[in-house]
Design a protein around this ligand. Structure first.
Ligand code: NAD
Length: 487
């Protein structure tokens, strides 16, 4: 299937596909081969300004005046078009991100349902009447859109994160400017082409590509942008919070993580092993909620590790286009270098790196950015390798004595995105769920995010929630109105 354009991808500004005002392009790579996959036009500051103006005009002229039924109909049409093109978009993700094709197809399965879900909860964008002290006064609230929203995405799940931001933003009555990661912009371009076909008016969705420090910064600081929904690293998120503070903009930040997976001695070990292995294999460990600290009760540590290492030894690392591949490359040379640096650091800190899996590379994939699954045995939680987000197929293995010890170690992190625990003791599971400083907790299963449940981090993992009904609140503001009926 030929899914990549040979011409440079253009920006979408209002109703125009354009090369932008400066005509510059940048390369995007295939991480499995290290070769250039396509070229993409880079937005200038003037292009960003034009996109924001187009979104603002579309908001004022028509999008804010659409009825819930109209917005719902358009989102449902988009869902149907997405379903039609799902396989093509999955191949684009595989070629641009390096995800095995089986994983790309699987992770995009829920996207049409996500769009339909947000079409379906548009009726929740409503206020209420509130009895106040004076019976002559009718007091009610109006839930209103925010206006122009900037949606900024990272490279690890370009399409699912885009869809899960777009759906609620549009459902709530906002117009948007999407700024995909400069590392993996191609699937967003395939999605952008569907809006016109679905019947969305021009300017409701705009796409600008380019570097974060220039294009991203210009976008989030533009005075006509009222909300920024950002997913990416904690350092970038903090920067965006600072650069938007003087305008007191609404920001939602979905940031990094260093999630614990806690295995108690009474746990179903086979299930715990399957989830731990899945987290290191899936997307080569480049997953914000991946459990990268394995906390294992001392008495079952050897048994758990034996099973986990046996599973990891069988992992097939190779070409993402091959249906038999379980793990592809990392997204870029820079990410590979970063991960290898951390494995080296862990060794220097006293951990024992253990490398697993089989590299099945042919000549074409040989120069790609591959790293095999690596466990950092004999780690302790205060090591830098156990504190920093590495964002690759690497897990620190850390022992604990009892429940209190497990909770203390799990919470000893600047992050708080997700936590997983395995135990048959229901009381302990609930005590732990309460005590864990984490935006998501999963008991006896992995943290699988879904579009219909709220998701967001504690501590330096973020601010605000996306997905579920919470996403509608995040995309709207509430106005209180009083009417004196006695006048
Ligand atoms: P990143 O922070 O480098 O970049 C993310 C996006 O921000 C890119 O589009 C980039 O161009 C843009 N950007 C960079 N500087 C900017 C600025 N000053 N102003 C505006 N935009 C700017 O992140 P990344 O390396 O692409 O992604 C990996 C990170 O994303 C990891 O830390 C991971 O944990 C995190 N992540 C979090 C979640 C979540 O839901 N919490 C999900 C996926 C990934």
């Amino acid at each position: 299937m030929n899914v990549i354009d040979s011409q440079p991808y253009e920006l979408l500004i209002g109703q125009r596909w354009t090369a932008g005002s400066q005509g510059h392009t940048f390369d995007t790579l295939n991480p499995a081969t290290g070769q250039v996959l396509a070229q993409v036009h880079e937005a200038s500051e003037a292009d960003v300004d034009a996109a924001v103006r187009a979104a603002h005009e579309a908001y004022e002229k028509y999008w804010r005046k659409t009825t819930p039924a109209e917005r719902g109909r358009l989102l449902r049409r988009l869902a149907a078009l997405f379903e039609r093109d799902r396989e093509k978009i999955a191949w684009i993700e595989t070629l641009n991100v390096g995800k095995p094709i089986t994983h790309s197809l699987d992770s995009l399965k829920a996207m049409p349902s996500s769009l339909e879900y947000f079409a379906g909860i548009i009726p929740a964008v409503r206020g209420e009447t509130i009895p106040v002290g004076d019976n002559d006064v009718l007091n009610f609230t109006l839930r209103e859109p925010l206006g122009v929203c900037a949606l900024i995405t990272p490279w690890n799940y370009p399409m699912t994160l885009t869809v899960n931001k777009l759906g609620p933003a549009l459902a709530a009555g906002n117009t948007v400017i999407l700024k995909p990661s400069e590392v993996t912009p191609l699937s967003a371009m395939a999605l952008a082409r569907l809006f016109e076909e679905a019947g969305f008016p021009p300017g409701v969705v705009n796409v600008v590509n380019g570097q974060g420090a220039t294009v991203g910064e210009r976008l989030v600081t533009h005075s006509l942008v009222s909300r920024v929904s950002f997913t990416g690293g904690t350092v970038t998120g903090a920067r965006i919070q600072a650069s938007t503070a003087s305008d007191v903009k609404r920001v939602t930040l979905e940031l990094g993580g260093k999630s614990p997976l806690i295995v108690f001695a009474d746990a179903p070990l086979d299930k715990a092993v399957a989830v731990a292995a899945g987290d290191i294999i899936k997307n080569s460990g480049q997953v914000c909620i991946a459990c990268t600290r394995l906390l294992v009760q001392e008495s079952v540590r050897d048994e758990f590790l034996g099973q986990l290492q046996q599973r990891l030894d069988t992992v097939r690392v190779g070409s993402p286009s091959d249906a038999a591949t379980e793990m592809g490359p990392l997204v870029s040379a820079a990410q590979k270098k970063r991960v290898e640096k951390y494995i080296q650091l862990a060794g220097d800190e006293g951990a024992t790196p253990a490398v697993h899996g089989n590299l099945l590379l042919d000549n074409a994939t040989q120069p790609g950015f591959f790293v095999r699954p690596t466990l950092l045995l004999n780690s302790h939680n205060r090591m830098q390798s156990a504190q920093d987000e590495i964002f690759g197929p690497v897990q620190s293995v850390i022992g604990f004595r009892d429940e209190a010890d497990a909770l203390r170690i799990a919470n000893d992190s600047r992050y708080g995105l997700a936590a997983v625990l395995f135990t048959h003791d229901g009381g302990r599971a609930l005590r732990m769920a309460r005590g864990l400083q984490s935006g998501s907790v999963a008991i006896n299963t992995g943290v699988r995010t879904s579009f219909d449940a709220p998701f967001g981090g504690y501590k330096q993992s973020g601010i605000g929630k996306e997905r579920g009904l919470e996403a509608i609140y995040e995309n709207t503001q509430l106005k209180n109105v009083k009417y004196d009926m006695g006048v």
